[in-house]
Design a binder for this molecule. Structure first.
Ligand SMILES: CC(C)(COP(=O)(O)OP(=O)(O)OC[C@H]1O[C@@H](n2cnc3c(N)ncnc32)[C@H](O)[C@@H]1OP(=O)(O)O)[C@@H](O)C(=O)NCCC(=O)NCCS
Length: 165
């Protein structure tokens, strides 16, 4: 099945909200998606098959102390990613994540992180394949009380002071 990955457009909002509600218990109002698009449009991507949206990833660029040292850095946060159930295990999720990492690097992120349910072994395995490591357990992170793994990955570029505004 041939698919494409492109930047999210505001007209995709209904499809993205539907995929989010279908695939994840963490759901958000439309303004949340649009706010992330406003914040980092190039790192909000959709996957399409014959122009139908079947997956998305949205991200935020955040400043904070590095998970790999003591310096403040720009970090790329994968806020949400999902692919429709019937279209999984074909590499679409990986393509969305890899493309988003590149775009977050273009925004100056030098490392990446995300939270994932401990029980979500499929997602954890995809992230491990992409060289994300489990950094810590966030106890009771989700509303239903489940723990999250905080997973992170270092960017391939060396941290340069000039990259940090
Ligand atoms: C996590 C998620 C986005 C992954 O999407 P996906 O499109 O299935 O991801 P991929 O196809 O790239 O990879 C999934 C697995 O399929 C395998 N795969 C990839 N291409 C394949 C192919 N052509 N044939 C068979 N398997 C394949 C990958 O190796 C991977 O397995 P592994 O990581 O155990 O090695 C998807 O499972 C999902 O939407 N889950 C629900 C929402 C969710 O949990 N999001 C993450 C919250 S943090």
């Amino acid at each position: 099945m041939s698919y494409e990955v492109r930047q999210f457009e505001p007209s995709d909002i209904n499809s993205v909200v539907t995929i989010n509600r279908t695939c994840l218990p963490e759901n958000y109002p439309e303004q949340f998606f649009m706010g992330l698009h406003y914040h980092a449009p190039k790192a909000f991507l959709v996957a399409t098959i014959e122009e139908s949206v079947i997956g998305y990833i949205m991200c935020r660029i955040e400043r904070g102390i590095s998970n790999y040292g003591r310096l403040p850095v720009k970090k790329g946060h994968i806020v949400s990613v999902a692919v429709m159930p019937e279209l999984r295990e074909q590499g679409i999720g990986t393509k969305l994540i890899v493309t988003a990492l590149e775009e977050m690097s273009n925004y100056g992120a030098t490392e990446y992180f995300l939270e994932v349910r401990k029980s979500n072994s499929e997602a954890v395995s995809v992230y491990e394949t992409l060289c994300f490591d489990i950094k810590k357990v966030l106890r009771g992170y989700y509303r239903d009380g489940e723990d999250a793994y905080l997973m992170s990955k270092k960017g391939s570029e060396e941290v340069e002071d000039s990259a940090i505004e």
